[in-house]
Structures are given as C-alpha cells and as structure tokens.
Design a protein around this ligand. Sequence first.
Ligand code: A2P
Length: 307
Amino acid sequence: PPTHIILPSGDRMPSIGLGCWQSEPEALTKAVAYAIKVGYRHIDGATIYGNEKALGEGIRQSGVDRKNIWVTTKLWNDDHRPDDVVKACKKSLDLLGLDYIDLWLMHYPAATDTDPNNEVRIKVLDIPYTDTWKAMEDCVEAGLVRNIGISNYSKTEVENLWNDCRIKPAVHQLERHPYLPQKAFMKYHKEIGLHVTAYSPLGNTNPSFADRDPLPPIQKNAAVQALAKKYSISPANVLISLQLSEGCSVLPKSVAPSRIEENLKVVELSSEDIKSIANSTQGQRARYCDFSEIIGYKYYEGLDDSD
Ligand code: A2P
C-alpha cells in the first residue's frame, strides 16, 4: 500500500501514524521514541489529549531530525473564538517544542466552553466553524502550520466549509473501521478530493469504548481472521491494511512496543479481500466515539445499516 499521501500543498504525509489518544504522558514519550526508532514518521496528537509536551519529548529522544517527522495536532473546542485560535496554535507549538506543525486539525465543528458555574461541564457556543477556520488559515499564512484540516465533520458541515474558505481542508480525520465504513460519505470525499484519515481502525479494542460495544470485537470477525491467516499477519494488521487499501491514511494507537512495531506490518488487500470483510459485517454498525455530548447535537451520519 502507498507509504505516503500527497496533500494539496505538495507535502507528503506518511500513511501510517501513531495515535496518541489515551496515552499517559510518560508512556507516550517512550512510545513515540520507540515508534520512530522502528520506522514511524507520523505522530497524531491533540491538545485535548493532554500529552503534547510528552509527544515532543519523544521526538527529541528519538534522535531523528524533526523535519523528517510528520506531526499532527488539533485545536480544541474551547479555543474556537477567532482571537483565541492563533494563541492556541502557539501554545501547542510551545508544548510540542516545535516551530511549525505539519497538520493542524479543527478537532470538532463545535465551539464549547466550560460553564463558569460548573453546573454543566460543557456549554455550546454560537461561533461558526467557518470563522474559526479563517483564523486557522491565518496560522498557515503566518508560517506556524503547513497544512490545515478537519475532524468529526458531517457531510453538511464539510459542504459548508468547503464552499466558504480560502484554503481547503487537506484532510478529514474520522472514525473508520468495518463497523463504520460510511460508503456514501467516502464517495463524497473522493469526488471533492478530500483525503480521509481513519481513527480507531481497530474499533472496539479501545477500553473506553468497551461499555458501548454492542458487537463482537472486530478482530475476531471470521473474514478478518481468514485474511490474517492468508497473509500471515495479525487481525490488527488486516484492519490497518484495510484502511490503506481503501485509500485512507490510518492511525493505530498503541503504547506497547510489540504492538507499535507489529502495527507497521501491512499488505495490499485485493478488492475480493475487502469485499469479504464488507460482506461479513453487513448490517453490523457502530460508532464507538459518540461525541454527541461534546458537540451538543446528535451525529449519526454513517450509522445507516445499508451504508
Ligand atoms: P495498547 O496501547 O495497549 O496497545 P484504536 O487504534 O482502534 O483506537 O485501538 C487502540 C486500542 O487497541 C488500544 O487499546 C491498544 O492498546 C490496542 N491495540 C493496538 N494495537 C493492537 C494490536 N496490534 N493488537 C491488539 N490490540 C491493539
């Protein structure tokens, strides 16, 4: 499968990135340094993960030149006021210990604030994401970030932004695995030329999703297991390979050295292979990262059983 994705800026983004959500800072520094040592060149962080400092430290400990590593991080929802955006960007740079970010994503198309009375933890603010985006564009023009993109947008939100921006989003990062293939939404991305990065490619193995999982673990799926056998790789490798073979970049998360290394073993799946997974998961749909509470409205795109 392709080792890099060429973005509209001409930059080459490595197609496998190390996911950093739910990694404790100390473990993350070690995980990042180890990942770079075994060949990763793409690390996917976010301000809300609370570990940007540890991420930057891991890059320095690896000894590999920063310019050879792709660093993604994300603007959190409480920094959506246009005046706060550049400050948030500089704060991320400061924590990471870097002087530019390769890819900066708007984490959600939703502005929120902490309620000063603390009665409800999150308050949704009326700040259009198109205004927040304009301030992110300013950060590109100021040389603080090389590429900007989005995450967790619905189709309507992508359309609104796509038609009201100076710099088009380079990437859309969203949840994607065999229980959430989002065929029609994927086709739409292809049509407009917006690259998709898949998070949670292993879906239900994430402990924080355990109580939300109505379905058998996707790694136990018979078609996934059969392909693992066919190619002498692990079921996780099949799931990571699936994303790459469908044209996405992919972000497996791990802090365990053995799994960090294992997750790089990918193969090109044939269209028959891909179809076998689709057939065996037909009608089984789940979105593990249900962020309705964060954004203040229900988001169900892609959960249609027929999709
Ligand atoms: P750990 O960090 O202990 O390796 P996802 O990327 O879909 O969000 O899944 C992440 C979860 O899957 C984490 O709990 C991670 O745990 C686990 N994981 C990562 N790689 C593998 C693998 N190769 N096999 C099994 N579980 C894995």
